[in-house]
Design a protein around this ligand. Structure first.
Ligand SMILES: Nc1nc2c(c(=O)[nH]1)N[C@H]1C(S)=C(S)[C@@H](COP(=O)(O)O)O[C@H]1N2
Ligand SMILES: [Mo]
Length: 433
């Protein structure tokens, strides 16, 4: 129920418009005219609404048949649920970012078509038949794999989140983005399917002193990162599928690296090359970018892990409340170090906390959904969530984060987020320390 719906005659007026459109459609498609059409649809029925006790129009007719959409799409009524970008953030859309519409998503798996996109050189159009993954360097048996070759290795699937470390980076110096899509939407969680990197490393025979791997993409940026051997042997995956189908082009088709729980930047898309070595390469994305300038002027480098974080996705600026009464406050929590252990929610800016309930499976390095029920009396609130992961790490306040890291950073902002709910139910992005 929203304000529009409570306005007098709103739904009835809309329903009869739908009915009129349908009559025109039926008359057109069946070649009926005048009296014959009126006979098909008795006048009393035609002006009645689609709401109970009336039988809706869609129940009184046959719909289009199978294969109307050979590849299915969401309902046309869900067209507002889209990735969005913020044009002032980047000089063009070729090296840019689009954001996941977190406010409209349910559960923990992000639909493939809504996963945020981050491109450094636009979207390459790769023909999988002409794509190869080369593994070379400090190995006994260098190989060049076609996609068919890759499919012959044992396959694994896991649900893991993927987050750009710049997520929320625009908020280090204060709140400025209006909407959870923009404050936290460089975040997604998919079922990823592929081959464990450790399996491929066994195949090529890694030499004794090898300790680093360079992963390089086939896009015009040749985007590349140095990955420590420990991660490669732990849970890194060479992924070719996402949510049950082959990777979307936006996500790295036909093959990408996924380093669960680590900076999205390390998850090199359109993967063409893995070079095994004994030291990091210090390429652009691990020097000029994706390092964290601290207050004393030094930089943290190789800050790979996405630390424990959470955000309330309803209410939020995109999902205001319209009236007093009972509501389900819900959100997402995640940690690059493992499972979420505990989430608390505060209605008063962190003075009092209540424990949230998990409403999804709780998987390691995955989004976890939580919620609490409230009975809202219309008073303003400062809504916060605070997550704790299985290592005992507690999501920090802004004050704690700035004390530890200064204010020069862009990346790895995981502070407790605050939504101000006003008495009219509208929601604003604010920061309290
Ligand atoms: N080859 C290549 N890999 C890439 C990128 C890129 O531009 N080129 N962007 C990186 C960054 S910064 C992030 S956050 C993730 C985003 O993955 P997504 O676009 O599938 O959401 O991919 C990473 N892998
Ligand atoms: Mo990123």
């Amino acid at each position: 129920m929203n304000q529009d719906d409570s306005a007098s005659n709103g739904p009835t007026a809309r329903a009869s418009r739908v009915e009129l459109d349908r009559r025109r459609f039926l008359m057109g498609s069946m070649g009926l005219v005048g009296g014959a059409a009126a006979g098909m649809l008795p006048a009393a029925r035609a002006v009645a609404g689609n709401l109970p006790p009336d039988v809706p129009a869609w129940t009184r007719s046959l719909g289009p048949g199978v294969l109307t959409n050979a590849y299915g799409q969401p309902s046309p009524f869900e067209q507002h649920v889209q990735r969005r970008t913020v044009d002032w953030l980047t000089a063009d859309r070729i090296a840019s970012i689009s954001f996941t519409p977190l406010a409209d998503l349910k559960g923990i798996v992000t639909p493939s078509g809504l996963v945020f996109e981050r491109y450094h050189a636009g979207l390459p159009a790769i023909d999988p038949a002409q794509h190869r993954l080369m593994i070379h360097g400090m190995v006994d048996r260098p190989i060049t794999l076609s996609m068919d070759d890759l499919m012959r290795f044992p396959s694994t699937s896991m649900i893991r989140f993927m987050e750009c470390p710049a997520n929320g980076g625009m908020e280090w110096r204060g709140a400025q983005m209006e909407g959870v899509q923009f404050t936290h939407g460089m975040l997604a969680c998919c079922e990823w399917t592929g081959v464990m990197l450790s399996t491929l490393l066994e195949e090529v025979g890694v030499q004794k002193d090898a300790s680093w791997i360079l992963a390089e993409g086939a896009d015009g940026a040749h985007m590349s990162r140095s990955i420590p051997m420990d991660k490669a042997l732990d849970d890194a995956m060479i992924v070719y599928a996402q949510n049950g189908e082959m990777l979307r082009p936006e996500q790295g088709y036909p093959v990408r690296l996924i380093n669960p729980g680590w900076e999205g930047n390390t998850c090199v898309k359109w993967l063409r090359r893995l070079e095994i070595g004994d030291k990091p390469w210090y390429h652009r994305e691990e020097t000029s970018k994706y390092t964290d300038l601290l207050a004393d002027g030094t930089s943290r480098e190789f800050s790979y892990v996405q630390e424990c974080n959470s955000v309330i996705t309803s209410p939020c600026p995109e999902k205001p409340w319209r009236q007093k009464g009972k509501y389900w406050i819900e959100g997402l929590a995640w940690s690059g170090r493992g499972r979420i252990k505990h989430v608390d929610v505060s209605l008063d800016g962190g003075v009092n906390w209540r424990e949230a309930r998990f409403t999804s499976v709780v998987l390691p390095k995955s989004l976890t959904r939580f919620g609490v029920e409230v009975d809202w009396d219309g008073s303003p609130m400062l809504l916060q969530s605070r997550a704790v992961d299985e290592t005992g790490y507690v999501q920090p306040t802004y004050q704690q984060l700035r004390d530890a890291r200064g204010t020069n950073s862009i990346y790895h902002k995981n502070a407790i987020h605050t939504w101000q709910v006003r008495s009219d139910g509208s929601v604003a992005n604010v920061q309290i320390s």
